[in-house]
Write a protein that binds this ligand. Structure first.
Ligand SMILES: Cc1cc2nc3c(=O)[nH]c(=O)nc-3n(C[C@H](O)[C@H](O)[C@H](O)COP(=O)(O)O)c2cc1C
Length: 298
């Protein structure tokens, strides 16, 4: 959650409303933290701001569902497994965001990449889902749609855009990093997070190796708590753990959000019209050939 208090969230909602007449959503993350945010007050700000879509993440949003539904709010819950997605469906979520193992942030503990997770979700779910984790461009969108998703969610990719309110060093680090530069931390505490490797993260990994299964979140306080302002505002790229997906390997520029979305839409159309249509033609030819007698290679 980027808004540190419910009052700041209310201000941000008002700012967003001034900038667009299109619908927008708010993310509410229920994760283990050193000081728990005042969730009921955040929800009050969301309701008062007239926001109609909330994306929840971390723990199940079950206890807040009656209040959110009564306010006419659609709930999209972020899930890293099919069983959590089915639970979300059962408690009345309108959609889920299915986060594969490659995602930036918290991929859960199952380690199932989207190539498997998305078709599994499509097989089991009745509610719609969006593909999340590893999504960056038109290729991701068309692949996600073909695996049954209704759309895609991008996390890491949006940080490398002109509008993203983060230090230029962060955007440059994303352009320079490859798909080999993320690591998983906090696994022993069952709070696994995929982050971009840096000096602070290397220290964290060293502490994790020393402590093994006895690791407590307090042991790595310095490398995980209060890191975001140091990285995102001050541009200190060695400060510690901040979420970043493997998709960083296919991020090579810093466009505006409009340029990014326009490019994805244009190239998706090209992939579907050209590449997939050509594949369909080839497939038809192969099927026709298969019907010919053995030995005929025409
Ligand atoms: C810097 C950063 C911060 C994030 N913070 C949150 C958060 O507070 N709550 C949340 O639900 N997801 C958070 N995520 C995860 C994204 O919502 C999304 O699920 C994930 O980034 C998708 O994977 P991708 O990075 O490969 O696109 C964060 C991701 C990044 C990269």
């Amino acid at each position: 959650m980027t808004q540190k208090t419910p009052e700041l969230l209310a201000k941000e909602i008002a700012r967003c409303r001034d900038m667009t007449d299109k619908p927008f959503g708010v993310n509410l993350t229920f994760l283990p933290s050193f000081t728990a945010p005042p969730y009921p007050e955040y929800i009050a700000a969301i309701k008062e701001g007239g926001v109609k879509v909330v994306e929840t993440a971390g723990r199940s949003p079950e206890q807040y569902m009656p209040e959110l539904k009564a306010a006419g709010i659609k709930v999209i819950h972020e899930c890293t497994s099919v069983r959590h997605s089915l639970k979300a469906e059962k408690i009345g979520c309108d959609a889920v965001s299915v986060d594969g193992f490659e995602c930036g942030g918290h991929p859960g503990e199952d380690d199932i990449p989207n190539m498997i997770l998305l078709p599994r979700a499509a097989d089991e779910l009745k509610i719609p889902f969006v593909a999340s984790g590893g999504m960056a461009d038109a290729r991701s969108l068309v692949a996600a749609l073909s695996m049954g998703a209704a759309g895609m969610n991008m996390g890491t990719r949006f940080i490398a855009t002109k509008e993203a309110p983060v230090h230029a060093n962060v955007k440059q680090a994303l352009v320079e990093a490859t798909e080999l530069d993320t690591v998983l931390v906090m696994r022993a505490a069952r709070n696994t997070e995929r982050v971009l490797r840096n000096k602070g993260v290397d220290q964290l990994l060293e502490i994790e190796r020393e402590k093994g299964g006895k690791l407590k979140i307090e042991d790595i306080h310095e490398q995980v708590a209060g890191v975001y302002p140091k990285v995102m505002i001050d541009g200190d790229m060695d400060a510690g753990a901040w979420s970043c997906g493997m998709v960083v390997g296919v991020i090579n520029d810093i466009p505006t959000v409009k340029e990014l979305i326009d490019r994805i839409m244009t190239e998706s159309e090209q992939i579907i019209r050209k590449r997939l249509t050509a594949s369909l033609t080839r497939l038809c030819q192969m099927r026709q050939r298969a019907r010919l007698p053995d030995g005929d290679i025409s």
